[in-house]
Design a protein around this ligand. Structure first.
Ligand SMILES: N[C@@H](CCC[C@H](N)C(=O)O)C(=O)O
Length: 300
């Protein structure tokens, strides 16, 4: 038990997150531990957010983001809100500056419990997504799935929110597409050398869209915050939407603002604590706290 750390099972609009407290330690959550934790229905997750000691002055923590297949991700909007809620409950602070492989993330918990994350400036250059071939206009790239003369999905917009996203625009209901079938094929398409998160978007109005996402390294999820940001900026870039849009993901609505003043993308939504326990970050062996199980915001 001595080598165990605290963790909380949380969710951001149904995106299943394990927040693991690695502060004060030099080791990292291993891919083996991630795979073990994901294999148990009690701890099955979409992402792990491992909180480490800060690496730079002025920041509150370094965060490693790990997908359920054990791979590392550069961004996780829903998981970031979960970390904010856990640390706000622990410290009473309302604002945090986090550091990830993709850069700095400014965050704030509002009085109504909603949490905003500054997801940074999106990138659109084909080399930044990255794509395997040169495309001058990433608002619409040549990529399709299904019969060549009658594709089911085609011509996605692509964007990087630190992590790679492709957004397929559809005129009809996002639920009428077999994303569980097309998602893995598109995630691993050779055009995406680092794989990609694959979303289907239906625009309802200039300020609202519906979005389903097949996540790189995690599969179908109820919510993907960075995909909502990528879809919002791609909607604005292609003239479909305004710069502030409500993105309805299967788990509920996220509000995304692509700020005019500095091009940063601000994502606002909820986070929810479910239960907590201790685990071994090397093996993934875990124990649930007997006393945990009430809902509401909790410290780790
Ligand atoms: N759920 C996340 C995105 C997680 C990362 C993604 N699977 C990747 O590998 O890029 C979110 O809320 O942004």
């Amino acid at each position: 038990m001595a080598d165990r750390v605290q963790f909380a099972r949380m969710n951001g609009l149904g995106n299943k997150i394990l927040v693991i407290d690695m502060r004060g330690r030099k080791d990292r959550v291993t891919p083996e531990a991630a795979i073990m934790l994901n294999a148990d229905p009690a701890t099955r997750f979409d992402q792990i957010m491992a909180i480490h000691d800060p690496k730079a002055a002025g920041t509150d923590a370094w965060i490693d983001i790990i997908n359920s297949d054990g791979s590392m991700a550069q961004a996780c909007g829903n998981g970031t809100r979960c970390v904010v809620q856990a640390l706000a409950a622990e410290t009473g602070k309302k604002a945090f500056l986090f550091h990830t492989v993709a850069g700095l993330l400014e965050t704030r918990e509002h009085d109504d419990g909603m949490i905003s994350v500054d997801m940074g400036i999106p990138r659109f250059d084909w080399k930044d997504i990255p794509l395997a071939e040169e495309f001058h206009d990433t608002r619409r790239i040549e990529l399709q799935i299904g019969p060549i003369d009658d594709p089911v999905l085609h011509s996605p917009s692509v964007a990087s929110m630190g992590n790679p996203h492709a957004i397929f625009w559809v005129e009809d209901d996002v639920w009428s597409y077999e994303l569980e079938r097309f998602g893995p094929l598109l995630e691993n398409h050779p055009i995406f050398p680092e794989r990609a998160n694959i979303s289907i978007a239906h625009v309802r109005s200039r300020n609202e869209m519906d979005l389903r996402t097949w996540e790189r390294g995690a599969g179908l999820t109820l919510a993907c915050g960075s995909a909502a940001c990528a879809a919002a900026v791609s909607g604005a870039r292609t003239g479909r939407t305004d710069r502030t849009v409500t993105v309805n993901v299967p788990g509920g609505p996220l509000v995304i603002e692509w700020r005019e003043s500095d091009d940063h993308v601000i994502m606002t939504g909820p986070a929810e604590w479910e239960w907590s326990g201790t685990l071994d970050p090397a093996t993934g062996a875990f124990q649930r706290d007997e006393t945990s199980g009430e809902t509401g915001a909790r410290a780790l």
